[in-house]
Write a protein that binds this ligand. Structure first.
Ligand code: GLN
Length: 194
């Protein structure tokens, strides 16, 4: 198994550190040619969604990654990554992959509470440490989207088919369960491949 980490901007190194801890090989997606490398899942890290979205287009990576996700490639998206996947961004006209039928609100916690840490129930995993940094949250989900975690009544993690997306940064805490869950999704997806 090889995981691809989108490495154009943001907190990709922290995801790589987590993959190192789990002994999972990875490749970095920095340019169009990297999309030819063989891999079984993609991590979309946190960072600045506007910058990442712009770079994906400029580097000519956008269409191919979108097609890979639509074709069923497992994706783990955190924070800005969640924004890139969302069908709608309620406080921004920009749009990106639009493969995840949810609406997100960018910088949803405002300036005062821009960054915070909590520990909350994550469906199937128990209590998980959650670090939020100028995070979005999800304001609407379509049918078929499974809500995995809420903080103060706001949806902060979902799964939809091959996409696991969350508003917080599991790569910034020591807990490995979210990444293990993603590795499990990849194992299951490769098991169903013809
Ligand atoms: N505020 C960022 C955005 O709108 C996301 C922050 C993050 O990824 N930590 O893209």
């Amino acid at each position: 198994m090889v995981v691809a980490v989108l490495a154009v901007q943001g907190a990709f190194a922290e995801h790589e550190r987590m993959l190192d801890k789990l002994g999972i090989p990875y490749v970095e997606l920095r340019k169009k040619e990297d999309l030819q490398k063989g891999y079984d899942g993609i991590i979309l890290p946190g960072g600045e969604s506007t910058v990442q979205g712009k770079l994906l287009l400029e580097l000519g990576m956008y269409d191919a990654i979108k097609q890979q996700i639509k074709a069923g490639m497992p994706v783990l998206a955190t924070c800005a990554g969640l924004i890139l996947l969302a069908d709608f961004i309620e406080n921004d006209d920009r749009e990106y992959f639009k493969t995840l039928p949810v609406t997100v609100k960018r910088n949803a916690y405002g300036r005062q509470l821009g960054s915070f840490h909590t520990e909350q129930e994550f469906k199937g995993l128990g209590n998980i440490p959650m670090t939020f940094i100028r995070a979005p949250y999800i304001t609407e989900v379509s049918e078929g989207v499974e809500v995995l975690a809420k903080v103060d009544g706001n949806i902060v993690a979902v799964r939809y088919q091959n996409q696991l997306a969350m508003a917080f940064h599991p790569e910034l805490d020591e807990d490995e369960r979210i990444h293990k869950c993603f590795v499990q999704m990849i194992t299951e997806a490769s098991g169903t491949r013809p």
